[in-house]
Design a protein around this ligand. Structure first.
Ligand SMILES: Nc1ncnc2c1ncn2[C@@H]1O[C@H](COP(=O)(O)OP(=O)(O)OP(=O)(O)O)[C@@H](O)[C@H]1O
Ligand SMILES: [Mg+2]
Length: 462
């Protein structure tokens, strides 16, 4: 339309010239035509410039769109305010801004989700309705032993390889109801994994599912230990009670029992009642220790005095068993600890040595500073020793290598369990070396000493 304007003007000028009958006056006619021609040429020039400017603007718009497509959503396009495309540029900038915010939100959400998935305790997998993996975290990849990123887009059977889990997923996606199964991964059989399957609406219709795994090995072990413990306690209580009831009935039924036999039965009842009482004491001690209600003191403890007192207390029993106790320690060794708890540990260990060392044996009770700030209390005997397979278990409650022998000597099998807990309260550690037929060494390392640093050099070689 604009292009027709100069032609129109020229035509108009010619018409005006004709009307004015300027043919008689050719000079005027040429002046009019020339003026019109100049005006028309200027107009065409302006039009060309405007077209060039517009095509520059379009190029700028294209370039900006390209930059956005390349991910640079922060890029903006600015045109002259009188440019007819300026309004479009403004609109595009606003869309880009909205997109930028939205993308930031999405990135933040994705980062949060990644952080949650990476820091979850267990595995997490999302399946679509055909049971193909659409999302999986690192823990699940490790559990199902697939390389990072390899499970994505794979079918459950290629990833999980456990029919119990696959069955739970199938049922959940068919019924839309949650499922839960326990799974013991084959190569590591001591592991027990609880798998919870929750159905989720699949974007394509029907049910997909979320699988979450939780390692319940420790929990199940604890539950088993608890029920074993109850069974053990019941058994331990039952045995002396049966004896007590049996002899008490015999005594009350047979009134004409010879006095020496009656005295023996009463003695047995007494022994069993004492055993019961010791068992209850030990159980209470264990329960106190397990509930962490005990806090170790940090008083100065003269280690030599402590060892001497323990040896003195058990001297009589050792002598009765044909054993000798030898005490050795660095001179003036003091430590910051809890004398009562340390005594409890040593009494239990030395009692065991007396109990499990045949007559003629030797028991050494010593202290040494083998590493800075730690005092080692060592009880060594020449006793029957402990078979290697039993060593890891002797700190379990009620565990006895030879149940009959231990019971005979009045043991409850709680001594070392108590020792282990007391050592924990003292923030120490305990270790055992034992050779069947040759003897055992129990070493308890307790922090808190020596209070006098010179004692370190005085530590005897062991
Ligand atoms: N010095 C040792 N030599 C050989 N065996 C030992 C020694 N100390 C412990 N044991 C073994 O470890 C088991 C557990 O010891 P623990 O002290 O817990 O129980 P116990 O001595 O049988 O009974 P309790 O200490 O409750 O009277 C013992 O039954 C014994 O088999
Ligand atoms: Mg014992």
């Amino acid at each position: 339309m604009d292009r027709l304007l100069p032609l129109g003007l020229a035509g108009g000028a010619a018409a005006v010239a004709a009307l004015m009958d300027l043919g008689a006056n050719p000079v005027w006619a040429w002046v009019v035509v020339a003026l019109v021609a100049v005006a028309a040429l200027r107009h065409v020039g302006r039009e060309r410039a405007r077209e060039r400017a517009q095509s520059d603007s379009v190029d700028q718009l294209y370039e900006t769109v390209d930059r956005w497509a390349a991910g640079h959503l922060d890029s903006r396009v600015y045109l002259d305010t009188d440019d007819p495309l300026d309004a479009i540029a403004h609109g595009m900038n606003r869309v880009a801004e909205a997109l930028e915010h939205r993308t930031e939100d999405l990135v933040r959400d994705r980062d949060r989700l990644d952080a949650i998935l990476a820091n979850m305790q267990g595995g997490f997998v999302i399946f679509d309705r055909a049971l193909y993996v659409t999302l999986i975290n690192r823990q699940a990849e490790e559990l199902f032993m697939v390389a990072p990123g390899e499970a994505l887009g794979r079918h459950v059977l290629e990833v999980v390889r456990a029919t119990a889990i696959e069955g739970a997923l199938q049922r959940a996606t068919l019924s839309g109801r949650p499922e839960s199964v326990e799974w013991a991964p084959n190569p590591r059989e001591d592991l027990l994994i609880e798998c919870s399957v929750a159905p989720v609406r699949d974007p394509g219709g029907g049910w997909g599912a979320i699988l979450m795994t939780r390692d319940v090995t420790a929990q199940r072990r604890l539950e088993r230990m608890r029920s074993d413990f109850v069974a053990n306690v019941s058994h331990e209580l039952q045995t002396p009670l049966t004896t007590i009831i049996g002899f008490a009935e015999t005594l009350s039924d047979a009134r004409d029992l010879p006095p020496e036999q009656a005295a023996r039965f009463i003695g047995l009842i007494h022994d069993e009642a004492r055993r019961l009482s010791r068992l209850v004491d030990d159980l209470l001690a264990l329960s106190r220790l397990e509930h962490h209600s005990l806090i170790a003191r940090r008083d100065p403890v003269a280690v030599g005095d402590l060892l001497g007192a323990v040896a003195l207390q058990l001297q009589g029993r050792a002598a009765a068993g044909g054993l000798t106790i030898h005490v050795s320690h660095p001179e003036h060794l003091t430590m910051a600890s809890d004398a009562d708890l340390l005594r409890e540990v040593l009494l239990n260990l030395v009692s065991n040595s007396i109990q499990y060392t045949p007559p003629g044996g030797r028991i050494e009770v010593s202290a040494a500073v083998l590493e800075p700030h730690v005092v080692s209390l060592i009880v060594r005997d020449t006793g029957i020793g402990i078979p290697p397979d039993d060593v890891p278990r002797i700190f379990e409650r009620f565990y006895r290598v030879d149940r009959a022998r231990s019971r005979q000597s009045g043991g409850t099998g709680l001594g070392l369990a108590i020792v282990k807990h007391v050592v924990e309260v003292l923030h120490g550690s305990i270790r055992v070396e034992s050779t069947p037929g040759q003897g055992s060494t129990f070493q308890v390392d307790v922090p808190g000493g020596p209070l006098d640093p010179d004692v370190m050099e005085a530590a005897p070689p062991t």
